[in-house]
Design a protein. Structure first.
Length: 302
């Protein structure tokens, strides 16, 4: 997959099938758009492109995560910063200069609520109006639904904030996750009998509700089950630094300095300040039992 972080860097001259949006979570609705673009590109022997507006704010996916998700799905991804130039570009100019002259769009795939251009003047009706002028095919797809509500990044965020991670994963079509480098900590977990790994989220990564989760953890390409706490560890630290701390069932190696991925599978309880380390250990024993029981119900060996 070709990857660009600036629209001005794109130099292709082949006709394309393009879908546009923020793609800030790649939920099931986004996947529907991408699947259609891929289908049209194969049918017409043209290049498939995902054009993503980078709003440069906290997001459900980091740019690197978005790139990894799309790596084997489309021919090209353009991660376009939402600069003043893009924000103030008139909608008609965006169609002519970006979609037609730069991307050579032969097919454009968007959702019913897609807006673009200065003041969000551009919409599916304007795209339809100019389709005959610039000879592209417009495909507008209806929203994906979940329990009577449109699937959206807002819906996913609300679910994560409430600790409803299993619902969030249903909306996404994959397990919500984060990646990071395992840091050296105070090694308190090791002294208490459950050595943990501390991982800081990326700066703009939205994290789920503070608390304890059943997790899957990928280390060196292999997946393990475990439990993880998202939060600031109020019982043992005063720094209030946001971390994910995971205890990985059955892992015996040294993960310090390695990049691991943590998938959040089920919420158990909110993060709590305990009166003593002894109380903390007793609760963690219960957390471990919760995690093992969760994965055993899923028929996963732990």
């Amino acid at each position: 997959m070709q990857y660009y972080t600036d629209i001005n860097s794109y130099q292709g001259d082949k006709k394309t099938a393009v879908t546009l949006g923020k793609f800030d979570s790649l939920h099931r609705g986004h996947q529907k758009l991408i699947s259609k673009v891929r289908e049209l590109a194969l049918e017409e022997h043209i290049k498939s492109i995902v054009f993503s507006f980078d709003m440069q704010r906290k997001s459900l996916l980091t740019n690197e995560e978005r790139k990894r998700h799309l790596e084997q799905q489309v021919d090209c991804m353009i991660q376009c910063p939402f600069t003043k130039e893009i924000r103030e570009m008139e909608a008609e100019a965006f169609i002519e200069n970006i979609l037609v002259k730069t991307l050579h769009a032969s097919c454009i795939v968007v959702g019913t609520d897609f807006h673009f251009g200065h003041g969000k003047r551009g919409d599916i009706h304007m795209l339809a109006q100019y389709a005959g002028v610039y000879h592209y095919r417009l495909v507008v797809l209806e929203k994906e639904m979940y329990e009577g509500r449109e699937i959206s990044s807002t819906f996913v965020k609300e679910s994560l904030e409430a600790g409803e991670v299993e619902r969030a994963n249903e909306l996404l079509g994959y397990s919500y996750h984060m990646s990071g480098i395992v840091e050296h900590g105070r090694r308190l977990g090791r002294t208490l009998g459950f050595p943990t790994m501390n991982v800081a989220p990326a700066e703009r990564k939205i994290m789920p509700r503070f608390g304890v989760y059943a997790c899957r953890v990928q280390i060196d390409g292999e997946w393990y089950c475990g439990i993880g706490n998202v939060g600031i560890k109020p019982t043992v630290t005063e720094t209030h630094r946001l971390l994910t701390e995971v205890f990985v069932f059955g892992y015996k190696g040294d993960a310090y300095g390695k990049v691991i991925t943590v998938e959040f599978c089920a919420f158990e309880r909110p993060e709590t300040r305990f009166a003593s380390v002894g109380e903390l250990k007793a609760q963690v024993d219960q957390d471990i039992a919760f995690g093992r029981a969760f994965f055993q119900k899923k028929c996963v060996e732990v």
